[in-house]
Design a protein around this ligand. Structure first.
Ligand SMILES: Nc1ncnc2c1ncn2[C@@H]1O[C@H](COP(=O)(O)OP(=O)(O)OP(=O)(O)O)[C@@H](O)[C@H]1O
Length: 248
């Protein structure tokens, strides 16, 4: 009976872990040009956490973010995303995994020839499981949540930077991904728009229970994080469990 209980406990603990990284190394280039970009990274990320990754330029934040987002295959060590081992993963496995992940980038990457509504709706259309029910209504609903209910038929060129970024958030979250990756989402925005954008991300993520991984140099938004991961020279210096105060 005791064994059963402890097994159940382990299973429930594991189910909370969305990303599990152990002794991860990463290299760019080959032969004499081979350069190590990540050194022995260990990090556990749980469901619903908002993680901000910060550190100097070239410290490896984007490399780690793209690995955690299934945008490249892990080479050495262990990287489990949503329970799947990504070390040595093939393109097909990464494509499959990416269906569970939403992406928000500094340059929002909206389709300029589609309206706001069409941009968001397209994301739903790529997910077969969301093609049930009224996808138009789902699209309008999330646009209302990000404060763009009155802009659904606009083209991106007629929106401000902050509004475009809010469309990008709606597009990333409309399919209820388990993980959202955001690379410098406030970099091109003024203080107020940047703040609005991260607060909307925070609110939606908490409602949906999704995990957010956010890379930023923007000190003004650090407070939305549950944890701040600090990197230097390809090494993880602090994973925010109890050292945030020392770093900042
Ligand atoms: N495709 C690549 N080919 C070769 N080296 C790369 C490549 N991408 C990144 N690097 C190197 O890996 C290291 C980490 O880069 P990375 O972009 O992950 O850092 P970063 O912390 O995100 O920097 P920034 O804040 O400037 O975006 C750097 O030394 C960089 O030059």
């Amino acid at each position: 009976m005791l064994i059963t209980n402890s097994t159940e406990l382990n299973q429930s603990e594991n189910s909370q872990s969305v990303i599990s990284i152990n002794n991860l190394n990463h290299y760019f280039g080959e032969g004499s040009l081979r350069k190590q970009a990540l050194f022995n990274i260990n990090l556990q990320i749980n469901q619903g956490e908002i993680i901000i990754m910060t550190g100097p330029s070239g410290s490896g934040k984007t490399t780690l973010l793209t690995l955690m987002g299934g945008l490249r295959s892990a080479q050495e060590g262990s990287l489990e995303i949503l329970g799947k081992q990504i070390r040595g993963a093939k393109k097909k496995q990464l494509t499959e995994l990416r269906r569970n992940i939403g992406y928000i980038f500094q340059a929002h990457n909206l389709m300029t020839f589609l309206t706001v509504k069409e941009n968001v709706r397209m994301s739903l259309e790529l997910h077969k499981k969301h093609l049930v029910g009224d996808i138009n209504a789902k699209t309008v609903e999330i646009l209302e949540t990000v404060g763009l209910g009155n802009r659904v038929d606009y083209y991106p060129e007629n929106l401000s930077g902050g509004q475009k970024q809010r469309v990008a958030i709606a597009r990333a979250l409309v399919s209820h991904p388990k993980i959202v990756l955001a690379d410098e989402p406030t970099a091109a925005l003024d203080k107020k728009s940047g703040r609005d954008v991260v607060e909307i991300m925070q609110k939606l993520a908490k409602e949906q229970g999704c995990t957010i991984l956010l890379v930023t140099h923007d000190n003004r938004i650090l407070d939305i994080a549950d944890r701040i991961v600090y990197m230097e020279d390809g090494k993880l210096i602090s994973d925010g469990i109890d050292t945030v105060a020392k770093v900042y």
